[in-house]
Ligand binder design. Structure first.
Ligand code: MRU
Length: 321
């Protein structure tokens, strides 16, 4: 099998941050250079970099570029609302004596956490499993390796395959997850989101593994829009449904999922794609970018500290110590 270079979504160069521009993948591999906190905040807002842990890492380096100023913190805090990793990283940077060392540590710890999660998660995956995933929770969404796709990578020897939901409207599944799998020779089948129920009803899905943007104290999980529907379908068809996310994605201050802020994104992501428009002018549009999956639909949450099966308030409290 051909050897592939690891995907590098975030490159810190000492005086600047280089971000792989995910808006153009898989067609073009270009990096955006950020020299100020404002540029990093814009890159997060505009989805140059996306995925909860990657947003946290990028923001940490944004604070370094902004020399830890209140203005840098403010502009980064406003970049996107749902992924708690952003606020977790900014809070951590506030308490740091050496900003660059702290940002590097946040990045390194994320890489390590993903490898650990991968190992723990792979134990839950049966031989030859057909693993459905949603959005992109891969190397691109993290410092590297990935959360849900980290589990997939670690289970590669079990001859697994991936079913990637395309993830309307922003197509993170079709563009990013499919690309990561193809790059690495992981067998991957792309489907549109509405095909998931049919495949589950036919017995074509063995397990679902997704990432998370924020996990409330009771185990409710916010993740990419469409995750909730997959969890309901998985329950209906007896398919195990796992969430893989690092400790930085837990928000114990949020009692349950109903309190998680859900980002609403621009209407033009729904009415068309890039320059192409298919919906009539004048139609009303909703574009919530995330939804909440209640803990009761989740078989287990995989994080670097362990796996919480049938997550609930008690289990999450124990995990977080
Ligand atoms: O809008 P995005 O692309 O930032 O949303 C990303 C997701 O929902 C991911 O599943 C989540 O951040 C986990 S990434 C390891």
């Amino acid at each position: 099998m051909k050897k592939t270079k690891a995907v590098e979504p975030i490159r810190w160069r000492g005086d600047r941050l280089e971000l792989l521009d995910q808006r153009f993948l898989p067609n073009k591999t270009v990096y955006v250079t950020c020299r100020t906190a404002e540029q990093v905040a814009r890159a997060i807002r505009d989805m140059v970099v996306r995925g909860a842990p990657a947003i946290g890492c990028a923001a940490a380096f944004g604070v370094v570029l902004g020399k830890g100023s209140a203005k840098a913190h403010e502009v980064l805090r406003k970049s996107r609302p749902t992924a708690v990793n952003l606020f977790w990283a900014l809070d951590r940077m506030k308490g740091a004596k050496d900003l660059e060392a702290e940002a590097r540590a946040i990045y390194q710890e994320d890489l390590t956490a993903n490898r650990t999660m991968g190992k723990l998660g792979a134990e839950l995956i049966p031989e030859r499993a057909r693993i459905m995933t949603h959005c992109n929770a891969g190397a691109l969404a993290t410092a590297g390796y990935g959360t849900a796709l980290g589990v997939v990578r670690s289970a590669k020897d079990k001859k697994i395959s991936v079913i990637a939901c395309e993830t309307r409207p922003y197509l993170q599944g079709a563009r990013l997850t499919a690309w990561e799998c193809v790059q690495e020779g992981i067998p991957c089948t792309l489907i549109t989101d509405s095909m998931a129920g049919h495949l589950m009803s036919k017995g074509d899905v063995d397990v679902v593994v997704v990432g998370a943007d924020r996990i409330a104290a009771n185990g409710d999980v916010a993740n990419k829009i469409g995750t909730y529907a997959l969890a309901v379908l998985a329950k209906r068809h007896g398919v195990p449904f796992y969430v893989a996310a690092p400790i930085s994605t837990f928000d114990p201050k949020i009692p349950d999922g109903s309190h998680i802020p859900i980002e609403e994104r621009p209407a033009d992501e729904v009415t068309g794609y890039r320059k192409l428009r298919w919906a009539p002018k004048g139609v009303a549009v909703r574009n919530p970018a995330f939804d909440v999956t209640p803990a009761e639909l989740i078989t287990g949450i995989i994080c670097e500290k362990g796996v919480v099966l049938a997550p609930n308030r008690e289990g999450i409290r124990k995990l977080l110590g």
